[in-house]
Design a protein around this ligand. Sequence first.
Ligand code: NAP
Length: 277
Amino acid sequence: MSEEASEPGLEKRSVFHDDIFEDRVALITGGGTGLGLEIARTLGEHGARLCIASRKTDNLEAACRELEEEGLDCMWVACDIREPEQVENVVSETMNRHGRLDIVINNAAGNFPAPVTGLSYNGFKAIVDIDLRGTYNVTKAAFEASLKKNGGHIVNISAPFQNQGVSLQAHVAAAKAGVDSLTRTCAVEFGPYGIRVNAIAPGGMEDTEGLARFADAQKEIQGGGSNPLGYIGSKRDVANAVLFLVSDAGSYITGQVFAVDGGAGIDMLKMNLPRVD
Ligand code: NAP
């Protein structure tokens, strides 16, 4: 098990048995890098067989090798989630190899900082296409191929700022607001099929492209290091939240968007008060 610690001195061991997803198959989009890779690793460490999918075969190959060297069962399929046929191919390759698909993590997304007037028409469209339409494409393909028959789980990786006004993120905020909406609608429509659908809204997480791309701006917006818990969360913190939601521990939870941000989103004044013992 990885023991990546975010809170200094706090060892992060799993509170779940390592076979809770035995015989389950998980598809993680954007699973070759960052949060997606850590989510894949965490599900794999708990018994899931993995399929990771994104555009860059180098990243996918390297990530798959890394996971296999850790003893996990992983396959990869190259795919641009904007293209329904490529998405259907990922799902059918997964079904061909494993005969089932139980857990879908819609993690792939694009991002770049730009003010509303600095965005090109295509720039705005590209992000909505990847983050929102991509999430829809994968959800629909997985539902049709397996989930509607066998039930399962969908977790959409959202963002923390779409319910507020946030500079430089009009395109992402609009797309992720759509993802949150899709999460709730799918939860309502898929509930009768035994499918739970939830979303995680990470804050700025340590050692990720998401945080690196924004550096100071992101830290300020999302309160990295200045949240009530007082430290920037790790990739494992997000992966653990996903793990909880798709495990039986989350059995009565659906249609929710959970912030995993150390409380940054609810800390309005960000005064960073010291403890008063
Ligand atoms: P990342 O490493 O850049 O991950 C994004 C992944 O999406 C990459 O693996 C990328 O792979 C894939 N991707 C992008 N466009 C794609 C497309 N058209 N088709 C298929 N795959 C595509 O960034 P991250 O920071 O881990 O972010 C992961 C998720 O967390 C995103 O949904 C992001 O919005 C969310 N998030 C992250 C943070 C953070 O602090 N890191 C905060 C809030 C929300 P390819 O390039 O190979 O396609």
